[in-house]
Design a protein around this ligand. Sequence first.
Ligand SMILES: [Zn+2]
Length: 424
Amino acid sequence: MWSTKITFKSLNETLSFLVESENEVLIKDFFFGLYSIFGDINNSTIESLQKNDLQTKSQVEDFVVKFKSKFPPSINQITSFFNKLDDNEYFLFLPNIELTISLSNQLNNYLISLSRDVDLEKLNDEFESTIGKTLNDYDVKGFGGLRAFIGNKNNKKCRFCGKNEEETTFKNKAHAISEGLGNKKVFLYDECDRCNDKFSIEIEPDLINYFSIFRTFYDVKGKGGTKKIKGKNFEIIKDENVQITFQGIENRPNIEENPDQYNIRLELQEKINSQDIYRCLVKFCLSVVSENELSKFKRTIKWINKDFKIEKLPMIGEAISYKHFSYEPKLFLYIRKNNNKKLPYMIGEFHLTCKLITFIVPLSDEDNFNCEDTAAFENFWKEFNHYSKIKSWVFNDYSTDDERDFTFNLNGEIKCEHNKNNNG
Ligand SMILES: [Zn+2]
């Protein structure tokens, strides 16, 4: 079998596909045709950097016509890739290349520097000093952008209680990330009905309530949609505009007197268990992680099942970033790929609306990382610095494992904090 991977990459699109055939003559003909467009066949050179000019366009069209019937559907994808390019837009032709996140980012920088007249070296330096550093230690996987079903449909085994189809039922459609947060794309076969019910009662409401203000502000549709939220001292109605009404004079902010300096405390109606917010975020991670990785988190699973509590959890990093704005929940997993046990094994990063939450997944077998060691935590955060540009990071302690009042601080933009003083 002859097989080659072909990748085309522009700033906004990446197309990768495998070309396979047992017919040696055919496949040689195919590559001869392709390489003639993007290189100099006589001198056996290929030019990776290409421009979508008239000549290239017509050569690609002829090539597609010639091989259309022999290599479907890969060939049709070439047509749709070129249809999305602007006239004279730069793109890259990359045969036989495995496009890692790191390489993809560097190539993006390259394309940005070409199209926008920016210094490539400067971009690459910036990349190296930010996420490049993180990628030396971690593999990154993203969930939520594409439709995905996780687990084995034909041989279901619950990730959280270990039972199979003979021991329990799997009738519910289990969402890897709560449907109440707007997830309509990532599903999990390996979660039984009992665990699904249990999580939806025990830990998911805490995170959903926590996000209620953000979801109302930005009109994120959960189950049945969200338009209105009523707290203890406020009501927010999202129409075309956002209206906030305050109850109780002592809580009314004096915006007229002090337009630049107001600080409003919004008290949620529902009490929230902070440790359950953390459990729920970690449950999402364990829903999407591969089975092989999952086996390293046996104690973590017991913890999210509420078999025990952790006295002191690592601080959770929270930020507001409009650059990362997302109407749908998105989850990124950073899994350490080396033996540097000074760094946590797995980190989760959750995005919804303008809110970004970064947290360590605790209790992995691969971890030596001491959450209570402040210096170790600071060292980790320094290494994990691809968000150094976001200035709004705050670190909050979510160790409290009983239900308490929860307060958001609103000052121009929404920031939230756990109400530490109120034992409710
Ligand atoms: Zn189960």
